[in-house]
Design a protein around this ligand. Structure first.
Ligand code: ATP
Length: 432
């Protein structure tokens, strides 16, 4: 028996389609022709700052069990025909890539070339070129198929190579093609009920009462339910009442919500644009709110400083950021995008600086004194007492935030960002 890894990426555009849907069509067809798919197909999210991404920079891979060269060729034809026919080829930025890769048998064990997982980690944390992907494919003997510019081979190779030490699952329900682009019809109460029953085994189902499972693009997806296991997302799917027919659903294993994109780094000066980090520092200035409701503050350490941002879509999370003051010790989880600010995904407040208010001194009679004019001290308006050399009193006041972790709401969460509810859990190995 031979294992054939298949990677697919860059088939969609903002106007439509979705690489997961093409994979759903392909796998159903392969199954109809008697092919066996090993385990769950995988949806791998790559660098959120990749320039040519359509939405969430996702690529897909799966593993086929094939017993002859003839069957292998038959499977490849089914896959390549589907990508050619279903991809949004007319869009300038759609440049599909398909990769086939066979692991080598070493001492009876199928082993993947180590350069593939290394490349996948880089595709999640850095920006790569098509040339690098072509070179890797040559080095590891992977077969690549590039449509148009074929940029999709970057994601396709990374989706094959990505090693999942921690993973989650997403069930995607697909609409009938005649409904694409129209308002989605899902019973919201059924989603509330589903969340009550399945959370935290499923997560990010609702956001302040709104259905977070529903995309807002013309893509084929009716809803996506994310959770810890295939069983959990399936149970949740069975509780959701869809008011329009679905073509079918598919469960993907994924690196979503694993924080795989973050690099722990010790110096602000070592941070680079288009990468995501965990960085410790001290708040340098008071947070500033600008037009549009975006909030910024400066984070500093002994190596330098960086502007941190909580943009308007992070909604109530901004109420936490607003309460920071100079001297607060924080750990920021986030990435540096086109604006060159560190976009906060999560914040851990590690130490709160003391906050003081200033008050005029009290008179012997018990009344609070008033200023007697600039440089003239204080006077009591009740008994006329004067305090020429008096100083304002500095009184420490209670901060109205606590140390600990805070996160953006589901609607503003990056696909890769690990929810606090998951952070308490031990990461687990997965079978692939
Ligand atoms: P969707 O999530 O809707 O499937 P998308 O956001 O995944 O769409 P794609 O259409 O797949 O966007 O386009 C992303 C492109 O960027 C692909 O060609 C992919 O190969 C490439 N890419 C992915 N990661 C990187 C990276 N780290 N550096 C450079 N290019 C990348």
């Amino acid at each position: 028996m031979n294992e054939l890894y298949v990677g697919i990426d860059d088939t969609d555009s903002p106007e439509g389609m979705c690489t997961t849907y093409i994979t759903f069509v392909i796998i159903n067809e392969l199954k109809d022709f008697g092919f066996e798919i090993a385990s769950y197909p995988r949806l791998i999210r790559l660098n959120p700052f990749a320039r040519f991404k359509t939405r969430g920079n996702g690529a897909v891979s799966f593993k086929l069990i094939v017993d002859s060269q003839l069957k292998k060729d038959e499977a490849k034809k089914i896959i390549l025909d589907a990508v050619k026919n279903l991809s949004e080829m007319d869009n300038e930025n759609t440049n599909p890539g398909v990769v086939f890769y066979e692991a080598k048998s070493i001492n009876g064990q199928m082993v993947m070339d180590n350069r593939l997982p290394v490349f996948a980690t880089r595709a999640i944390k850095e920006i790569l070129t098509i040339k690098e992907a072509e070179k890797l494919a040559k080095d590891v003997n992977a077969e690549i198929h590039q449509f148009k510019k074929g940029r999709g081979i970057i994601g396709a190779l990374a989706a094959i190579g990505c090693y999942l030490r921690d993973s989650t699952f997403e069930l995607l329900a697909y609409r009938l093609p005649e409904n694409y682009g129209s308002a989605r019809k899902i019973n919201p109460e059924s989603v509330v009920h589903m969340d009550e029953i399945t959370y935290p085994q499923t997560f990010d189902n609702l956001d302040e009462g709104y259905m977070a499972i529903e995309p807002h693009t013309p893509c084929p997806i009716l809803y996506g339910i994310r959770g810890e296991s295939p069983e959990a997302v399936l149970e949740a799917h069975n509780l959701v009442e869809s008011l329009e027919p679905i073509e079918g659903y598919f469960i993907f294993e994924t690196n979503q919500h694993t924080d795989m994109h973050l690099q722990k780094i010790s110096k602000i000066s070592d941070m680079k644009q288009f990468a995501c980090y965990i960085i410790n520092g001290v708040v340098k200035d008071n947070p500033r709110v600008i037009e549009g409701g975006h909030i910024f503050f400066t984070l500093e350490d002994s190596s330098g400083e960086i502007e941190c941002a909580a943009y308007e879509p992070t909604k109530r999370f901004r109420n936490i950021v607003k309460k920071l003051i100079p001297g607060d010790k924080v750990e920021i989880y986030g990435g540096i995008g086109t604006q060159e600010t560190l976009n906060i995904e999560k914040i851990r407040i590690m130490g709160l600086a003391p906050l003081f208010k200033e008050e005029n001194p009290l008179c012997d009679c018990g009344k609070r004194m008033k200023s007697a004019g600039a440089g003239k001290g204080f006077k009591c308006i009740k008994c006329g007492n004067k305090l020429r050399d008096g100083q304002k009193l500095r009184i420490e006041i209670q901060r109205d935030i606590n140390e600990g972790f805070y996160e953006v709401p589901p609607s503003a969460r990056r696909h890769l960002s690990k929810q606090l509810i998951r952070m308490a859990k031990k990461s687990h190995d997965c079978i692939y």
